[in-house]
Design a binder for this molecule. Structure first.
Ligand SMILES: [Fe+2]
Ligand SMILES: [Fe+2]
Length: 134
């Protein structure tokens, strides 16, 4: 499994979708993942909260754009966002209570693996639709 830093270094080849707004948000997201994974103690809790806030805004923006362009996979795409956001919210509760170990493992394993697949499938399909619409 790649680290967030490795994913950032391969961004242009692997994750760039050609929609400036989505690409910017996705780079920010990977940067938040990297910073969070690299921090510990009280800094980890601050970084994890920042990652959660950023993820909420990231998903909200994509969902608004899906609605605005009547994207066909809105329901499935939104459900995938909600599942990962639910997990992140539950981990954040543990992190804010000082129990960060499992959250860090989840971030470096599950979240980044999810990001990889989600960006290459659902977000890629959305970006194609947005370009066709433009
Ligand atoms: Fe996204
Ligand atoms: Fe998405």
């Amino acid at each position: 499994m790649l680290s967030a830093a490795e994913m950032l270094s391969q961004f242009e080849n692997c994750y760039q979708l050609g929609d400036a707004s989505m690409d910017k948000t996705h780079q920010e997201s990977l940067r938040h993942c990297h910073e969070t994974a690299a921090s510990s103690g009280p800094q980890f809790a601050i970084a994890f909260q920042r990652l959660l806030d950023h993820t909420q805004a990231h998903f909200d923006e994509e969902e608004q754009r899906m609605l605005a362009t009547r994207h066909g996979s809105y329901k499935e795409h939104r459900a995938d966002h909600q599942r990962i956001l639910g997990d992140m919210t539950r981990f954040n509760e543990r992190v804010q209570a000082g129990r960060g170990m499992m959250a860090k493992a989840w971030l470096t394993d599950s979240l980044l693996a999810w990001f990889d697949i989600h960006a290459k499938t659902m977000d890629s399909a959305l970006a194609s639709d947005l370009k066709a619409d433009a």
